[in-house]
Design a protein around this ligand. Structure first.
Ligand SMILES: *Cc1c(COP(=O)(O)O)cnc(C)c1O
Length: 382
């Protein structure tokens, strides 16, 4: 049997092993080692004049961002509904309340019109939301011209969830740097990985310094343990940072490979009418973390589940898009603004294998399964 083709698997072809070996020889395995500093500094060329601190997950980075903006019990925070649960869960950890907003068709990210409608309605109810969580889903930048203008107009800060969009940019500005605070994730399937990890980003040095303090158990800088605040154990260790540095050194390559995975699929599948791909809007540059397709069942003759199972039988992993949070039981009763864009995109969508090290041969195998299904479906349609 041939090897399965996975959705998004990591690739350690750089200096990861060498760096990890180096840390293991040192007494500094936890936070505070030299690799942590090197890893953090390695982001400067991408995010400058913003800075970054490395944390132990993207989820804890979102939690930290909310804490730094003073979000507490009873507050409301606006959040894109079409996203992974980790964008919204930290709001609930704090006893605060999410308000979900629909996506727009161009970018699949938060719809500026629905966002403003949500803000106006919350204000009318006498509630001013404390923050807006914007996600760059699947690596595609959100429509920041409009979203930043709304954030400024209503003086509500943005937290940019750039967990999936390290290496993406909009009008030449890197994703992660559009809000008061931003976050990256270095989970196993993301564009670069530290096994598990994340980062908090800001251009406000004081705020980030406060984040570092709170993420290190709010430990005062004295030789014994004295605490003036309740902190968190959220800092990244030196071992994952060593791995992260090896990964970060090859970021450009990983992004250009994922982008060519996308263009290869477009070429390989161009005969399959009924399938469409998400285009970049003017000014947008996507890292193409995952290649996603939309299936118009009436034209293609098959839906996402038929395609997913056909791929699965050929040992190819594909996955539905993130299920919008407002559709899910865990978030029942949470206010939602917008129409049914996110829901429609979700129902027609599928993520295809998109690892940076995916070969053209593997992609051809994936495309053959899709084209076979298309042929069978169109014969049975006649
Ligand atoms: C992966 C992801 C996160 C969470 O990151 P972790 O490092 O897994 O905690 C948050 N938001 C989005 C959109 C993600 O894809």
């Amino acid at each position: 049997m041939s090897k399965p083709i996975l959705l998004s698997s990591p690739n350690l072809e750089g200096n990861e092993k060498k760096y990890i070996e180096e840390v293991l020889q040192s007494p500094f395995l936890a936070a505070g080692g030299s690799f942590l500093e090197k890893f953090e500094n390695g982001f400067s060329p991408i995010i400058s004049p913003y800075n970054l601190i490395a944390l132990n997950s993207g989820t804890s980075a979102i939690h930290m961002a909310l804490v730094l903006l003073g979000v507490s019990a009873g507050d409301e925070v606006i959040c894109q509904s079409f996203t992974f649960c980790a964008s919204a869960n930290p709001i609930i950890y704090l006893g605060a309340k999410p308000v979900f907003v629909d996506s727009e068709e161009d970018t699949w990210n938060i719809c500026p019109i629905a966002l403003e409608e949500a803000i106006k309605d919350r204000l009318k109810l006498g509630i001013k939301p404390k923050a807006i969580i914007v996600v760059d889903l699947f690596g595609m930048p959100a429509k920041y011209d409009d979203i930043c203008a709304i954030s400024e107009k209503y003086e509500i800060p943005i937290i940019e969830d750039a967990a999936e969009s390290l290496g993406s940019s909009y009008r030449g500005k890197s994703c992660g740097t559009f809000g008061k605070l931003g976050i990256f994730s270095f989970n196993g399937n993301k564009i670069i990985t530290t096994g598990g990890g994340g980062a908090l980003i800001s251009d406000d040095v004081k705020l980030l310094e406060r984040g570092k303090y709170l993420a290190t158990q709010a430990r005062e800088k004295i030789h014994y343990f004295e605490h003036h605040a309740i902190g968190y154990n959220y800092r990244m260790g030196n071992v994952p940072a060593a791995m992260g540095l090896g990964q970060l050194e090859l970021l450009d390559e990983k992004v250009s490979k994922r982008r060519s995975v996308f263009t290869n699929y477009v070429k390989l599948l161009h005969l399959c009418t009924g399938l469409s791909f998400l285009e970049e809007i003017e000014g947008a540059y996507s890292n193409r973390w995952l290649t996603t397709i939309q299936i118009d069942e009436e034209v293609s003759g098959f839906d996402r589940e038929m395609l997913r199972t056909a791929l699965e039988s050929a040992q190819i992993e594909s996955r539905y898009l993130w299920q919008p949070l407002h559709m899910q039981l865990a978030y029942k009763g949470i206010p939602y603004y917008g129409a049914d864009n996110a829901e429609n995109i979700f129902k027609k969508g599928l993520c295809l294998p998109s690892s940076a090290h995916l070969t053209l041969e593997d992609q051809t195998i994936v495309a053959k399964v899709i084209l076979n299904l298309y042929q069978k479906a169109s014969i049975s349609n006649v």
